[in-house]
Write a protein that binds this ligand. Structure first.
Ligand code: ZN
Length: 777
């Protein structure tokens, strides 16, 4: 081992064994970093720049090996870099390499160190006190102080980029780096290799983007691609789920429109008054500037410059991309709309003016897209807006089986119901561009070739059929096994015939197709019983048998997280069955982190722990279900009628308590029992049926130990259980007709009735009950 390696090993040991600092990197920077540049003077300030907190804190996170920041101008990328590097000089003693473009001439890198980095060191007391006595160690292209070594290098210099291994590599404005250094790999890659094999090394990449083949965009697309979600200042103050990312408009956003699980990313677009356009087609610029704002996609409300400080302070970075290395590679995308409002240029009005002026020239537009929107200029070629035509149907899956179970401490331990629900949701209409639904252009991607072929068969060369095809795709898909499109193709109801059907039936188009197919149109909230009964099994095999049921009945098939379609009763009110919580926890295989210091009505989860108090949460566990009482309305107080989502500690009372949580659905049982009864008694329009081949449990065992298909449990037994409870108006709760508990509950059990109530609750939680999505005004 070389001495430098020994030193490094010692530093790492100190790093990993040191008590966790009481301040985060961001907090330390606010208290300690002072800038002294012509344009940035004074203490580091996060006002209007809370978006910097997480990228700064990444400097102290050993789980983060790479950070990519693709930000527009005016957002402070370099300030973020300098602050993080100063924190590291004091706390980590890195061996660092700082690479920048060589556009400032041969002395550019030295100029950067001398004009930005070193003045900040001298102005920040925590660094000044560590300033070396030998002043030659700081200046030019190096900073050697407090055990830290940072060398500055130009991106064009292969010689400067090769050398010792580094624990901290920062590449600033990488899209201005030369793509190749002679025949060697690109300079970013070459700088990155300096960190190869160095334990705890971190690489930071930043740039305003240019084109998608350049370093910053390719790096961002390999990261977890976090975007900045801010709550709506109008409708999001009490409901943080009313949040969104800001984009300029659809045309200038090439980032994916959906989360990896298929949910649409809510976007707020920039708008100004239509009346700002004069009769001759030109813009009244004062009017544009005055009225420019973002529009909330949830309430349609205006988001204006004076809202932005609050929005920023309450924003969150949320990953929009899943990937193999996504956990360790943090990507931050941020357009200029998020910048602190420090001058006219950073306001919505200033950006709108800049946009309209840029529109008059192609080059200007490219500049606006790159430097303000932090996007690449290749909306057509880059298939970022994919709606995953090849991988998932455009419309929702039709039928999804849910499993709900009731656990007991005595044999038979588990009673359960499997019921499949019609999960149908009519999608909002697709925007039409050039006479075709906007997603049609995505069919040209090679992976969508089968879908494209099917689409062309449906349209049958009839150009006017494209909008009808768009209507069809709100409830059918292009998958080969989709019943609706298969039927239409088989019956040759395509092209002109499809148009005729649509014209004749209008709003009843979907029902008409189902009528042609000889089917009642399934309705969201329809359901059918597939299996019910109990598991006649030993305590040891119990949970394996539950897992087998989940497999056998394909619980959650077609849903983004199938395990979320399993709900197990873990108690009522304050009582918890920890074993159920633990089993639900153990069903999870992927994890995120719950921050108990954030008190919002719904728990918030993060891909990385934000601090030492964050708790591990499985993001694909089964749900624990807990019944809660329905409070009677008192004066103006509300009835508790909503399903709640909360977290519970599966290890409460054990040595592992306080380290993990599991998501728990809270169900006001009285209300959902009544809702279930309304559906069961046919008082709603929903179908509530029993499959002709319904499977009763337990199965009768054969002598050889295997199970037959027969059961002694019968429909009558099921029926008796679901008729065993009634709603007590006075108590506001569901009570058994015979007395509760003990012998009585064994002779007059009602476990399956509880399971059926939880079925309705779980289906409601998944929004399976029909909600026609109204098009936004
Ligand atoms: Zn809103």
């Amino acid at each position: 081992m070389r001495p430098t390696d020994l030193n490094r090993a010692r530093d790492l040991l100190l790093w990993f064994t040191a008590p966790p600092p009481s301040e985060t990197v961001a907090e330390w920077c606010v208290g300690q970093v002072v800038f002294d540049e012509p344009e940035v003077k004074g203490p580091f300030d996060l006002t209007g720049r809370a978006y910097m907190v997480q990228p700064l804190n990444d400097n102290a996170d050993p789980a983060v090996s790479k950070v990519t920041m693709v930000w527009g101008t005016g957002l402070g990328k370099t300030i973020c870099f300098i602050s993080g590097a100063l924190w590291k000089i004091v706390h980590r003693q890195p061996r660092g390499l700082w690479v920048m473009p060589s556009t400032m001439g041969a002395n550019g890198t030295a100029n950067f160190a001398n004009s930005r980095m070193i003045p900040a060191i001298k102005a920040s007391p925590a660094l000044l006190e560590k300033f070396p006595k030998d002043r030659h160690k700081v200046g030019g292209t190096k900073i050697h102080m407090n055990g830290a070594v940072i060398d500055f290098a130009g991106a064009n210099s292969a010689g400067q980029l090769s050398g010792n291994r580094c624990s901290d590599v920062r590449c600033d404005e990488v899209d201005k780096f030369p793509p190749n250094l002679k025949d060697e790999a690109g300079s970013v890659h070459q700088a990155e290799t300096r960190a190869d094999g160095v334990i705890g090394a971190q690489i930071f990449i930043s740039s305003t983007p240019s084109i998608e083949t350049k370093a910053s965009w390719t790096s961002l697309m390999k990261s977890n691609l976090m975007r900045r979600f801010i709550p709506c200042p109008r409708c999001g103050r009490s409901d943080p789920s009313k949040n969104f990312v800001m984009i300029w408009n659809d045309q200038f956003c090439v980032l994916p429109a959906k989360f990896p699980d298929g949910r649409l990313i809510p976007v707020a677009k920039i708008k100004w008054d239509d009346t700002a356009r004069r009769r001759d087609g030109s813009w009244d610029m004062d009017h544009v500037v005055r009225s420019a704002r973002a529009i909330c996609p949830h309430c349609g409300g205006d988001v204006v410059d004076s809202d932005m400080e609050w929005c920023d302070a309450n924003g969150l970075w949320i990953p929009t991309r899943a990937g193999s290395d996504a956990n360790k590679h943090q990507g931050y995308h941020l357009p200029a709309m998020y910048a602190p409002r420090r001058d006219f240029k950073s306001s919505f009005g200033g950006l709108a003016k800049n946009f309209l002026e840029a529109k008059s020239s192609t080059d200007g537009m490219r500049g606006f897209i790159n430097s303000k929107l932090a996007e690449v200029d290749s909306a057509q070629e880059f298939g970022g807006n994919q709606i995953e035509i090849s991988s998932t149907p455009i419309s929702q899956p039709d039928w999804v089986p849910l499993l709900t179970a009731d656990f007991h401490k005595n044999h038979p331990y588990i009673w359960f119901v499997v019921r499949k629900w019609c999960a149908f949701k009519l999608l909002p209409p697709f925007p039409i561009a050039d006479g075709k639904p906007d997603f049609v252009k995505l069919l040209d991607a090679p992976e969508n070739a089968p879908a494209k072929a099917r689409a062309e068969l449906l349209v049958a060369g009839c150009a006017d059929a494209w909008p009808v095809f768009g209507e069809l795709m709100r409830f059918a898909s292009l998958k080969e096994n989709d019943p609706v499109t298969s039927f239409l193709l088989a019956q040759k109801i395509t092209g002109g015939k499809l148009i005729a059907l649509s014209v004749e039936k209008g709003a009843d188009f979907r029902a008409a197709i189902h009528a042609e197919m000889g089917l009642r149109m399934p309705k969201g909230g329809d359901s059918e019983l597939l299996a019910a009964g109990n598991l006649d099994t030993s305590e040891q095999r119990l949970w394996d048998d539950v897992a087998d049921l989940v497999k056998q009945f394909e619980i959650g098939k077609g849903m983004p997280i199938p395990h979320r379609c399993v709900g197990i009763d873990c108690g009522y009110a304050e009582k918890f069955n920890r074993e159920v919580l633990r089993r639900c926890f153990e069903a999870g295989t992927e994890f995120n982190f719950y921050d108990p210091t954030i008190t919002t009505p719904l728990p918030v989860f993060f891909p990385q722990p934000r601090h030492n108090f964050c708790l591990v949460n499985p993001s694909n566990s089964w749900y624990a279900i807990r019944g809660v009482p329905v409070m009677k309305p008192m004066g103006k107080s509300k009835i508790n009628h909503e399903i709640g989502l909360t977290v519970s500690d599966p290890f409460y009372g054990s040595a592992e308590a306080g380290t993990r949580v599991v998501e728990t659905i809270e169900v006001p049982t009285g209300l959902f029992w009544l809702r279930k009864e309304d559906i069961r008694q046919g008082r709603t329009k929903h179908a509530y049926s029993i499959n002709p081949n319904v499977s009763w449990f337990p199965k009768i065992g054969r002598p050889d130990g295997t199970a037959s298909d027969e059961s002694n449990f019968r429909f009558e037994d099921y029926e008796r259980q679901v008729n065993e409870q009634r709603y007590d108006e006075d108590k506001g709760m569901v009570v058994p007709k015979h007395s509760r508990g003990g012998k009585s509950s064994r002779t007059h059990p009602y476990h399956l009735d509880d399971c059926e109530t939880y079925q309705v609750a779980l289906a409601t939680h998944h929004e399976f009950f029909q909600q026609e999505t109204k098009p936004k005004e």
